[in-house]
Design a protein around this ligand. Sequence first.
Ligand code: SF4
Length: 319
Amino acid sequence: MSTILEVKDLKKYFKVNAGLLHAVDGVSFKIEEGQTLGVVGESGCGKSTLGRVVLHLLDNTGGQILYHGEDVTTVSREKLSALRREMQIIFQDPFSSLNPRMTVYQTIAEPMQIIGGYTRAQIEERVSEMMDIVGLAARFVNSYPHELDGGRRQRIVIARALVLNPKFVVCDEPVSALDVSIQAQVLNLMLDIQERMGLTYIFITHDLSVVKYISNDIMVMYLGQMVEKAPADELFMHRYHPYTRALISAVPIPDIDHKRERIQLKGELTSPINPKPGCRFAARCIYAKPECFEVNPEIEEITPGHFVRCHCVRELNNL
Ligand code: SF4
């Protein structure tokens, strides 16, 4: 396996009336080819912005995004458009990401028509192949989005994102808008396609049970920063950061004999605009010490491959 993407100290700030909103603030990670990095956190933690900045759909404020070792923020325009074919995104809500006036065929074919160089027969063949891969029956080829259910609409979105044969896909809450009964089908489809096409995913979600199912590694974000990252099984076995503990405590478990006590987060959410010094989780953390309000902890590798950002991680976990 080789590294397909390496992100170093990535920052994305937005100017707002009250100052600078630190949406992504010093995030670093690597992904190996064919693997999935799950990114979890509450709404507003910066995970969707991170996905867009990694694809260079939004400019970064600082840091590097190395795709196969090349910094996508400094490559030429021609190179960037070639890279864009390899790097795609699947959005959350198929209703807003599909044009209601375009048929299934037109929607899936459009990326090929935009870049050009394909004959009509090639496009027809590829659309039919993609419909087959995502499990959309050929009879829907001339249907419009409103004529299809949510699961089928999301299959169109996936087919369109993959029609140019990308290598790397950011999946931004791809099943959140679907009924629970359809979520599992679409997740299984995404796993099948990953294997078949050799894809690498960043899978963004607020739902830890979904991310556990699909990810090799999981990164937990809080107010623009990575607070914990580890292989998926390791993170569920050893959740070291107080915020990760609270998130995992909210995941339902199917065993009625082993009830897990839910940790309720209290306290005010710290503002991501001109954030104060100190740990960003301090206002909601029951373990916070005076030091936590003064100095933002560095991310630290606590055990091989397991990274945590917390001053008290050793004493809280007897490490
Ligand atoms: Fe809690 Fe302090 Fe750790 Fe932040 S650094 S998570 S406030 S114990």
